[in-house]
Design a protein around this ligand. Sequence first.
Ligand SMILES: Cc1cc2nc3c(=O)[nH]c(=O)nc-3n(C[C@H](O)[C@H](O)[C@H](O)COP(=O)(O)OP(=O)(O)OC[C@H]3O[C@@H](n4cnc5c(N)ncnc54)[C@H](O)[C@@H]3O)c2cc1C
Length: 487
Amino acid sequence: MIVWFRDDLRLADHPALAHAAATGQPLICAYIHDPHAAGERAPGGAARWWLHVSLQALEAALAARGGRLALFEGDAASVLPALVESTGARAVYWNRRYGAAERETDGAIKADLRGRGIEVESYNGLLLNEPWTVLNQSGQPFQVFTAYWRACRLKGDPPTPMGEPERMIFQRLPAAAVKHAVKLDDLGLAPRAPDWSAGLRAAWPAGEEAALARLADFLADHLDPYADERDMPAEPATSRLSPYLSVGAISPRQVWTALRAAEHGKPSARRSAAAEKFAGELGWREFSHYQRFHFADLATRNLRPAFDAMPWRTDPAGLRAWQRGLTGYPLVDAGMRELWHTGWMHNRVRMVVASFVAKHLLLDWREGERWFWDTLVDADPASNPANWQWVAGSGVDAAPYFRIFNPVLQGRKFDPRGAYVRQWVPELAGLSDALIHEPWKASPRQLEAAGVKLGNDYPHPVVEHELARQRALEAFAKTGKRKTQEG
Ligand SMILES: Cc1cc2nc3c(=O)[nH]c(=O)nc-3n(C[C@H](O)[C@H](O)[C@H](O)COP(=O)(O)OP(=O)(O)OC[C@H]3O[C@@H](n4cnc5c(N)ncnc54)[C@H](O)[C@@H]3O)c2cc1C
């Protein structure tokens, strides 16, 4: 019997694997890489590296249990039936995916295999609640997060995660199948010449064990202050589980259940508040997948059609300055450099840099979304576009477009000692805490004392905040809305 792994690269709480192992039949664990799958988005550079090391970790985990991961490349609709044929498998199990193109692919494969008399079963391994199980009283999808999440919470806790199967018998791949199998290195997922992955490698140990260790560490040492510190990018206050959730090295049910155990293990009002906040973040992940399921083309279509009239600018130089962390706004630049070096960026800073694209630079949010897609280790086809639409104002239940983050005020509020900026924009490290978020306000003497030549070591702002704000509001008015607010 075949277990088809996709975005669920783990052995524990893997419903398809658990059910397959429970039949007692020999297993073939397969992964099919199809960079050209119709309608699906090929992973970006950082996510490809992450997929490589995550597959490597799954290979090692299976090998340690006497099995192997059979890797293939190509169109699953041809590879899977061929594998069924060459192995004589009578059943194929997988965990479900929720994107439109993925559902179409999976549905067609299911129908084809069933037509050949093969048993096909699919399960939920990716979400706490599948998108069609949470609807409003009229049977329509929720458009507002709070109402959606309330409805989810009323359904109670998700089922307890399944452990790793106690016993797995593995089937050897017959020669006919081996002929088509490929080696992980052959997939060309890891960068070679040049290999730019050192910073990513240092930040992200791959695999299920690393994910579980990270979860345990977060719950033991960082849960209590989570609600107070999660917006402070200089603090190690958040779980950094997003890359593991994105490839399924850990499941949301595992995170949820461990969170509740930690909350009840050492009860306090502070801990409960933190656990609720953290659970709500998992809720935003769910809501992103929910939107992707219910509102097609999340990555390409404004969910609010009024935004189709937005007069976005074209500004290759501005986009490039943003991508390289050279906008002249220290918090924005720190975030963009953190992203470039580690493949990850703190959530608060993601909001600020995304707002900078859509509002200060007045660039179509899709331009920024594409850069994130290419550079994020946790690049997720649901969470990335859903959050970009949220920040740009074009999404359902989005932040209003007229709320324009001021990068200086955001810096002062969430990085008051400038520690985050000093880490990622070291050329400004010598400036005082008062000036570090607006170096252009430093006197020539202060700049000299800090060893900074503005325009030389560090750029002047690519656009002045007040001008940018006015320009954004005028553009927004063209979509038929008008209001103002400073964030
Ligand atoms: C413009 C923009 C783009 C983003 N792109 C992605 C993306 O491609 N992939 C991705 O996983 N997250 C994305 N996020 C959401 C969020 O920034 C990250 O999930 C979070 O920073 C991950 O860090 P963490 O694991 O330490 O989070 P924690 O604070 O520890 O939260 C726990 C988990 O909750 C989920 N989560 C938290 N915040 C959000 C959110 N706003 N939306 C959806 N899920 C959330 C993540 O799975 C996260 O691992 C984006 C946010 C913005 C503003």
